[in-house]
Design a binder for this molecule. Sequence first.
Ligand SMILES: [Zn+2]
Ligand SMILES: [Zn+2]
Length: 292
Amino acid sequence: MIPPAPSPIDLHTHSRRSDGVLEPTDLVRAAAERGVTTFALTDHDTLAGYREVVAAGAVPVGVTLVPGVEINALVTRDLGLWEGELHILGFGLDPDDEAFEAALAIQREQRRVRFERTVDRLRELGLGIDAQIEMLARDGNDALGRPTIARALIAAGHATSVEDAFRRLLGHGCPAYVPRLGLGPVEAIAAIRAAGGLPALAHFSEAPARLDVVRELVAAGLGGLEVYYRSFDVVTVEAVAEVATTLGLTPTGGSDYHGDTGTYAEAHAGLWVPPEVGSRLLGQIAPGFGVP
Ligand SMILES: [Zn+2]
Ligand SMILES: [Zn+2]
């Protein structure tokens, strides 16, 4: 889709505190340089990046930084979903909520276990990446994910791109695929609510066809739906927007920038999240959070 203007909003991004490539402060600065005024860091299972940017006084002038998180929730019932997962974003959470931090610490531990099992599986397949992983770990990644493994595979010459690594080795059903452990979507929604946050369902293009799934999550406390996702086409955006309206969900939107396929500026060039999405979200979250 061709944005009518540079998007002033980006509510879905990943830094090196999970599986992105940029330091949190560099990512926020890159967004500010592209004209983003309402921005959320939504690292997997951690608010560390948000806390760092705030503690360093590195929120750029004119930018509202929203505390955010993404929890890749495990769906144990067979609903025919991609990889058996639903991704739940949380916005405006209390960054110092101890119960939430404890829940995220367990998620991160389970992520680490899955990560190590995947590396073991690759070694059994004759695709050792220990040296590359050690290098990445020294670089400060602390919530390691499959994109990290994919980058190590590329560095070791075992894959040509992140996409190639997922298609042949790491994706659901592939030889080095290891199932995830951790919170389910209902538990993730409850944990985000308990920390004062607004839970939103991420990049669920199936929403119009799977109203049953979305309704079930609404009953569990879901409050938002990611409508303006960077890779959705216009027809999908309209259809998902209609779901949000029908179910009374707050629309959100973002680039889901990780950094594997280009710079933040390149990702941002393909993103459009209307300004009213930012103001509506800010109206929903607790005052004091999300304000520099
Ligand atoms: Zn996701
Ligand atoms: Zn994401």
